[in-house]
Design a protein around this ligand. Structure first.
Ligand SMILES: NC(=O)c1ccc[n+]([C@@H]2O[C@H](COP(=O)([O-])OP(=O)(O)OC[C@H]3O[C@@H](n4cnc5c(N)ncnc54)[C@H](O)[C@@H]3O)[C@@H](O)[C@H]2O)c1
Length: 442
């Protein structure tokens, strides 16, 4: 099944099988699907995760936000899951998929990754191939992780073991672009490490694998992809704020501009940018460039603009309340949606959380409802959320919120809606006498 340049099985498995063994460290949004995919493609796979709740959920085969194919794979075969790094010993290929967040001051927090590398390093044997999938800034593999791995193992990278970086591009909640269909880039600490890792990915993906000249280039690719998105979103968010003053519907304008068949890519404004990637990764590049003597003004400005969107959104609501002679103090608001994107339960860096905090600070009470996150909702359904509300703030465009019609709002006597995702049909609200404010459209 595998090409000849995959790592040779170290024959360390107790199964006696000559199939290659993969150990995946960190079984979250990235690690679990790749572990299930590798197993589906015939590898022997084990997973290591430090979170007991995560291990329990995987063993019980109940994991949120997996797309249907991976739900089936998880249901059909059990995965060996442990917190014991000794499993690495028996592996041929080790993949690290642990989080790479930022600290309060927006500097990279590489502790989970360093910790995983220290633990892996202690188990490392000659012949091992180690692949970092976590998002990292250029220089992380060569300047930070390699020294840890060499020190802990007493082995030499390139001679004794291979190190490669293949940044993950998974888009949770996307049934079309599943991980097996998304092209990958790979860099290696040596050309041979890169080739071996690339061949491993070719054996599990139905997508092109592009080999980069250096590992630093592969690290930089991910920074560029997500910064590109952050900057484009910041641009349309800035337009939304400007066009609100100019009384121009920004969504109509952007849709008009996107009829140009080349040189324009549609991005839409919203109440903020969330998730573990786009609002985080640019800071990795900003910080690394700063340390090396370059100030990324454009990236920093994009972060600043996108971070200001929750405040802008609450500002729209305050404007409407002021117009009616009231304020947020003592108002009762239905906050709909907590996750950072539609139809998933992931709340990491979600702008909805910031909107909630601002509303709380300004003295509003809230009915909070997210159908994907009942444990953080304080009501059980849309109707209950609207009951007694002075206004609605829609922070996530879950499909289920199409039920948020003018009829429903009228039935519950709600006369203001702030559509933080420009998700609803604005004209239908105006016709029903309900004040509608979107992000750059009213
Ligand atoms: N979520 C996405 O959409 C996405 C997309 C592309 C890239 N990434 C990148 O992939 C990486 C992982 O992200 P994620 O969303 O899967 O994170 P996650 O939080 O969903 O999962 C990470 C898992 O790693 C475990 N973990 C943490 N430290 C560990 C350690 N030292 N040893 C073993 N397990 C450990 C955690 O318990 C958790 O289950 C990040 O670098 C992220 O930027 C994420």
């Amino acid at each position: 099944m595998h090409t000849t340049t995959l790592p040779q099985s170290n024959n360390r498995t107790e199964t006696g099988s000559d199939r290659l063994t993969v150990a995946v460290i960190g079984l979250g949004y990235v690690g679990l699907p790749i572990a299930l995919l590798a197993r589906d493609k015939g590898y022997i796979v084990s997973g290591i995760d430090t979170d007991p709740a995560k291990r329990k959920a995987i063993k019980a085969r109940v994991v949120a936000d997996l797309d249907p194919r991976f739900e089936r794979l998880l249901a059909n075969e059990s995965l060996t899951v442990s917190n014991d790094y000794a499993l690495v010993h028996d592996a041929d290929i080790i993949m690290i998929c642990v989080p790479t967040p930022v600290r309060e001051d927006h500097t990279p927090d590489l502790e989970p990754l360093k910790n995983a590398c220290r633990n892996v390093g202690r188990q490392l044997l000659p012949g091992h191939m180690l692949i970092i999938e976590s998002t990292i800034h250029p220089g992380t593999c060569e300047e930070i992780l390699l020294p840890i791995l060499e020190e802990e193992s007493g082995l030499i990278a390139g001679e004794d073991f291979g190190l490669a970086h293949c940044p993950e591009r998974v888009n949770p909640g996307d049934d079309v672009w599943t991980i097996d269909k998304i092209a990958r880039v790979i860099g290696g600490s040596t050309p041979s490490a890169r080739r071996q890792a690339a061949n491993f990915y070719r054996s599990i993906l139905d997508a092109p694998v592009h080999e980069m000249e250096t590992i630093r280039e592969a690290e930089a690719v991910k920074m560029v992809e997500n910064s590109f998105r952050d900057i484009n979103i910041a641009f349309v968010n800035e337009l939304a704020m400007s066009f609100t003053k100019l009384n121009i519907d920004v969504v109509n304008v952007l849709r008009g501009a996107s009829t140009k068949p080349f040189g324009f890519m549609l991005h839409l404004p919203g109440c903020g940018v969330g998730g573990h990637c786009i609002p985080v990764d640019p800071y990795y590049l900003i910080d690394y460039a700063r340390i090396n003597g370059f100030a990324h003004r454009f990236l920093s400005l994009a972060r600043e603009i996108n971070n200001s969107m929750p405040e802008f959104t609450v500002g729209l609501l305050e404007e409407e309340l002021t117009r009616r002679g009231t304020s947020l103090r003592g108002a009762h608001i239905a906050l709909l949606g907590l996750s950072y994107k539609p139809n998933v339960s992931d709340m990491r860096e979600s702008p909805a959380l910031e909107i909630k905090e601002i509303l709380e600070k300004r003295g509003a009470t809230m009915a909070i409802f997210d159908p994907y996150i009942p444990e953080h909702s304080n009501v059980h359904g849309l109707r209950e959320a609207l009951h007694g509300a002075d206004a609605v703030v829609l922070a996530t465009s879950h499909d289920a919120f199409v039920e948020l019609t003018p009829d429903l709002l009228q039935a519950e006597d709600v006369s203001i809606i702030i559509d933080g995702r420009n998700f609803l049909a604005k004209d239908s609200f105006a016709e029903a006498g309900i004040t509608y404010r979107g992000i750059g459209r009213s």
